[in-house]
Design a protein around this ligand. Structure first.
Ligand code: PLP
Length: 433
């Protein structure tokens, strides 16, 4: 079931017409569907209902506190990668004992915040980080629960920028150093070893890399237990891909993924931890934008829209494909081919090239699909474009869950140093040649 679909030729988000949101909130704007978030979470959670599993939603995919609260209501935990994300997760009502803390560069302050909150586990990525975490925990009179993120050296992930499980990536403990790292951790008074963690990439479109990683980790768990370590959790990260609509990569459904994981880990006697991000949030949102101009070029036509790479970075960063549809269903007998671009002064500010779609004109609304993950969360204010707002739809209701700042709001955070405050006198203003 699609929660962004046409009714009588007009695209709705659940029971709300997108044109209504555009009129009331303005464009560009992200629009999310509560029903889609919930359904994706349920599909994933239900497929592991018969196993001991914690589903720790990867907050970085879409970190809005209303989105987190929607998932918290369904029972989700959280995978956070900063003190800021930890704060969001707690604010949204996710219990600390369902929060895992990932990331290659945790600071002492972040470690303290997480120890104070009492999170489930730190996914530690280096010996250097382990030693600091131990020192912080000892100083606080606490013991930090730790899993090491190991790097299984498997190839996965659709794009070089989202592949994480190869040995040349910055992530995780090198496979050959895993056992010695556990041995060192066992001697530290501020550390309690609880598990193993991997995260091999993102937008993974087949099950083979998951299978390879699980088989390697299974062997590691056996060796670690033999060496006397207690391994009670196995976190296999996120990374399951979603269909973006271009048919290039149609990932396996969560049920097949679940079946594989359950088959390969049935005898391990561990709690499984999952960190899905894109799989839950990706198809739960669209970026709604207005066509500013149709520019007829010499050898191509450009659709210049009011959304730009600062609002949705994925095409520029990962060469990502997003389905684009008009909000008012177009006439498919009148197809045109466009490069869809934003107003930013960068050639990279291009959403797609040579895309065939129903003819559009200035003032028409379009929806860029599958923008719920790594969309708003990556947005910036480049070109002094106010941060794109977010709207959450729930049935026939909707609410603005992140407001569009004004330019004044942006400028308020900047200030003149003392030496620039006095206006220049006339003499000083003269440029000497
Ligand atoms: C980004 C990330 C995830 C989520 O990845 P998806 O591809 O969105 O599922 C999970 N775990 C870690 C450690 C991550 O960095």
């Amino acid at each position: 079931m699609r929660h962004f679909d046409y009714r009588d030729g007009n695209m709705f988000a659940e029971d709300v017409p997108l044109s209504k949101i555009a009129a009331e909130v303005g464009t560009p704007v992200y629009v999310y569907s509560t029903a889609t978030f919930t359904r994706h979470y349920r599909v994933f959670a239900d497929s592991f209902a018969d196993t001991r599993a914690l589903i720790a939603y990867s907050v970085k995919a879409n970190s809005n506190i209303a989105v987190l609260a929607t998932l918290a209501q369904q029972g989700a935990g959280a995978d956070v990668v900063s003190g800021g994300e930890l704060k969001r997760a707690l604010m949204a009502g996710i219990p600390a004992d369902k929060i895992v803390f990932s990331g290659v560069g945790k600071t002492r302050i972040e470690m303290r915040e997480a120890l104070t909150a009492g999170i489930r586990v730190f996914n530690v990525e280096s010996l250097a980080e382990l030693r600091v975490l131990n020192a912080v925990a000892v100083e606080m009179g606490k013991v930090a629960p730790v899993a090491f993120r190991v790097n299984p050296d498997v190839t996965a992930g659709g794009h070089a920028k989202i592949s994480t499980g190869k040995k040349e990536n910055k992530f995780g403990i090198a496979w050959s150093q895993a056992e010695s790292t556990y041995a060192e951790a066992a001697d530290l008074p501020g550390i309690q070893i609880v598990g193993v963690d991997v995260h091999i990439g993102s937008q993974i479109s087949d099950l083979a890399p998951f299978e390879a990683a699980i088989l390697k980790v299974n062997g590691l768990i056996a060796r670690l237990r033999k060496a006397g370590h207690t391994i009670s959790s196995f976190d296999i990260g996120g990374g399951l891909g979603i269909p973006y609509g271009n048919n290039a990569t149609v990932p396996p459904p969560p049920s097949e993924y679940a079946e594989l994981v359950k088959r390969l880990t049935a005898d391990l006697d561990v709690e499984m931890i999952f960190e899905p991000g894109r799989m839950i949030a990706g198809n739960s949102g669209v970026l709604l934008s207005e066509v500013l101009y149709v520019k007829r070029g010499e050898d191509r036509d450009f659709l210049i829209i009011d959304a730009a790479m600062n609002d949705l970075l994925r095409p520029a960063l990962y060469d990502a494909y997003h389905d684009i549809e008009p909000v008012k269903q177009g006439n498919l007998d009148q197809l045109e081919t466009y490069d869809v671009v934003g107003p930013i002064c960068e050639s990279g500010d291009t959403f797609t090239k040579g895309r065939e779609m129903a003819a559009l004109e200035s003032g028409d609304l379009i929806a860029l699909h599958s923008a719920g993950a790594y969309g708003a969360a990556q947005a910036s204010q480049y070109n002094t474009r106010p941060l794109v707002p977010e709207v959450l739809v729930n049935g026939a209701d909707y609410a603005v869950i992140r407001a569009r700042p004004t330019v004044e709001d942006i400028l308020k955070t900047e200030s003149m140093p003392e030496w620039l405050k006095t206006p220049l006198t006339k003499d000083e203003n003269v440029t000497e040649v």
